[in-house]
Design a binder for this molecule. Structure first.
Ligand SMILES: Nc1ncnc2c1ncn2[C@@H]1O[C@H](COP(=O)(O)OP(=O)(O)O)[C@@H](O)[C@H]1O
Ligand code: SF4
Ligand SMILES: [Mg+2]
Length: 364
């Protein structure tokens, strides 16, 4: 294939403007429980997420907060697991213009939606790539499983996306096996594989977490520019608020399976209302910060309750510096602030937590 055919491959643009405001996904009242050793483990509790076309929304929280469970539920991956109960609705506007509830459609329909209307990139590419097949074989087969394309057309598209993902010699990369690529290259391949089918919704589950900081920054820039060109929507799952400041238009903070705060990224960084979000800010590693010595990594004191535990009242109270008797007794509802920002905290109006100026300033 010549350079010019690669460059002229038409990039898809989601209907209308890349930042159109129509709802692409409306997830309502999602609850997920795993049955383990005769006990119910509530991993996700009554989560509502609405994604508009062209948005990059971050889903952020500590390990075990339920982020991947939400991503897997959307991808229909939990329907194959034993002992999992999923309830709620997830209405997705598909490419054919039809809206479908992802939790109500048949396995066959879900297979068509997966890869076609919604794609996922996982944290660890080695667990998704088959070590026995070349990269070219794997991506082309995945593409052909979802799109009616000729082999040459499919190969052309794969090469286009490998090149867009910054892979220097895509033809050579197609011939390679997963173990012959670096971690950063493998992750680029996985993203190319997800983008090839040109889904409107990409779920990136800790897609840059395993990469070193430089490669992570390159991949984030690439995702942002691809998003701006195509108008796709990205649900970017991460435990790192530093990454959220780099990529997301909006952020949803999850704690112990519940949404505890959601706002536009700038608003969240300027005015966090939930002590947990503020604690996540404090846990972002700073390098060369004026506030701290050269490098400091701070965790949040205590630990999140396991999904088996039932913490009465606010689930963050055992770790919260501002907890009162009321917090131990009453579970806060999500409350809307004046700026269309939602927060689950009984005391948000009286607490003056302060913004995260350092990261607000660094945000591009
Ligand atoms: N297949 C499973 N079986 C049992 N428990 C699970 C399973 N997957 C996740 N969990 C539990 O559900 C909770 C949420 O997990 P997960 O969604 O992976 O969190 P995160 O992605 O935020 O780290 C955790 O307590 C985890 O141990
Ligand atoms: S409700 Fe109470 S315990 Fe929960 S975050 Fe707010 S102040 Fe802390
Ligand atoms: Mg996870």
């Amino acid at each position: 294939m010549t350079e010019s055919t690669v460059k002229t491959y038409p990039m898809p643009v989601a209907d209308g403007s890349p930042k159109a405001s129509e709802t692409l996904l409306d997830l309502r009242n999602l609850s997920v429980s795993y049955q383990m050793a005769g006990r119910q483990l509530k991993a996700v509790r009554n989560v509502d997420i609405s994604l508009r076309s062209g948005e990059i929304v971050a889903l952020v929280g500590e390990s075990g907060s339920g982020k991947s469970t939400i991503g897997h539920a959307l991808m229909g991956l939990l329907r194959y697991e034993d002992k999992v109960t999923v309830s709620g609705t997830a209405v997705l506007r598909c490419k054919d213009g039809v809206t479908r509830d992802l939790f109500a459609i048949s396995d066959r329909e879900m297979k068509r939606v997966r890869g076609n209307d919604i794609s996922i990139v996982f944290q660890e590419p080695m667990s998704s790539l088959n070590p026995l097949h070349s990269i070219g074989h794997q991506i082309t087969e995945a593409l052909l499983a979802h799109r009616k394309l000729g082999r040459n057309e499919a190969r052309e598209r794969v090469l286009y996306y490998l090149r867009r993902l910054g892979i220097p010699n895509p033809e050579q990369c197609m011939e390679r096996y997963p173990h012959q690529l670096s971690g950063g290259m493998r992750q680029r391949v996985m993203i190319a594989m997800a983008l090839c089918c040109e889904s409107k919704l990409l779920v990136a589950d800790e897609a840059t977490t395993a990469l070193d900081a430089t490669v992570q920054a390159q991949i984030i820039d690439l995702l942002k520019s691809l998003q701006a060109e195509t108008g796709m929507t990205i649900l970017f799952i991460t435990h790192d608020l530093g990454v959220v400041s780099e990529i997301a238009d909006r952020a949803i903070v999850l704690y112990a399976g519940q949404i505890v705060e959601t706002a536009g990224t700038k608003e969240l960084f300027d005015n966090p209302h939930m002590p947990y979000t503020r604690a996540l800010f404090d846990a972002i590693p700073r390098l060369g910060s004026s506030l701290m010595k050269d490098y400091e990594l701070r965790g949040i004191p205590g630990r999140a309750p396991s999904a088996f535990e039932r913490v009465g009242g606010c689930s963050f109270h055992p770790r919260c510096a501002y907890a009162t008797e009321a917090c131990r007794a009453t579970m806060p509802e999500l409350d809307a602030t004046q700026r269309g920002h939602l927060v689950r905290c009984l005391r948000w109006k009286e607490l003056q937590l302060g913004g995260c100026d350092e990261f607000a300033a660094a945000r591009r």
